[in-house]
Design a protein around this ligand. Structure first.
Ligand code: SAH
Length: 218
């Protein structure tokens, strides 16, 4: 397929993706604008770029997947809570797509990814798209990144067995953490809100399907 070919296809496909996101209940205009602003196909191998705007996760190599557009939009909408974000932490950066969407909603995005090859590719894609406010680090992000805390939002892109307190404590008061919790086929999206008095409020949201959070750096 020629470059202009994928260009036209992607514009139409991206418009369809936005219509679908609205039908699926994504309402925040800032999130919809961010999903519109970030092309999804440059984050994928050429052989699957035609499917980039389908409503599905897709392989990104190393046994990992890019989350579906709906899940990315939904996590962003929950994290955003209608306001502008200063600093956001993403755990499980993968190909960098969600970090790119978050970069339109926050001043700074720190994205942690344990697989070096994915970090290398994500950095190149983000640079090509001239996204300069995302920092990707090749580290194990299971316990977040305390040195740069606190965060207005923490978005986890790999399923955790439970949410460690150490991670919740990296939220600013009023901040939100969005994470899939569970294992295998039994996973739910959880939202933790850090209350102004130091407590945490947890809500259980929809059933989801994420790749597992693993330990160690490779
Ligand atoms: N947000 C990503 C989704 C990638 S899938 C995107 O837009 O493409 C989840 C990612 O989490 C995988 O790339 C996986 O390698 C990574 N991951 C799993 N356990 C991790 C850990 N402990 N620390 C950092 N990244 C982790």
């Amino acid at each position: 397929m020629s470059v202009s070919g994928i260009g036209m296809t992607s514009q139409r496909a991206r418009m369809r993706m936005l219509e679908r996101l609205k039908e699926q209940g994504i309402k925040n205009p800032v999130v919809l604008a961010a999903m519109n602003a970030v092309p999804r196909h440059p984050f994928l191998e050429e052989s699957i770029q035609q499917r980039a705007y389908d409503d599905t996760p897709l392989p990104i190599g190393q046994g990992q997947t890019i989350s579906s557009p709906y899940i990315v939009a939904r996590s962003c909408e929950l994290a955003l809570r209608g306001q502008q974000l200063e600093r956001v932490l993403e755990i499980g950066g993968g190909c960098g797509y969600q970090a790119a969407v978050l970069s339109k909603l926050a001043k700074e995005v720190l994205s942690l990814e344990r697989i070096a090859k994915l970090v290398g590719r994500a950095r190149v894609t983000l640079r090509e798209l001239r996204i300069n406010n995302v920092l990707m680090k090749n580290v194990d992000g299971s316990l977040g990144f305390k040195a740069a805390a606190p965060y207005d939002a923490i978005v986890v892109a790999a399923v955790m067995p439970f949410i460690p307190d150490e991670l919740k404590l990296q939220l600013k008061p009023g901040g939100r953490l969005i994470a899939p919790v569970g294992a295998g086929e039994s996973q739910r999206l959880i939202m933790v809100e850090a209350e102004l008095d130091g407590g945490f409020r947890e809500s259980e949201l929809e059933a989801v399907k994420f790749v597992p959070l693993l330990s160690g750096v490779i």
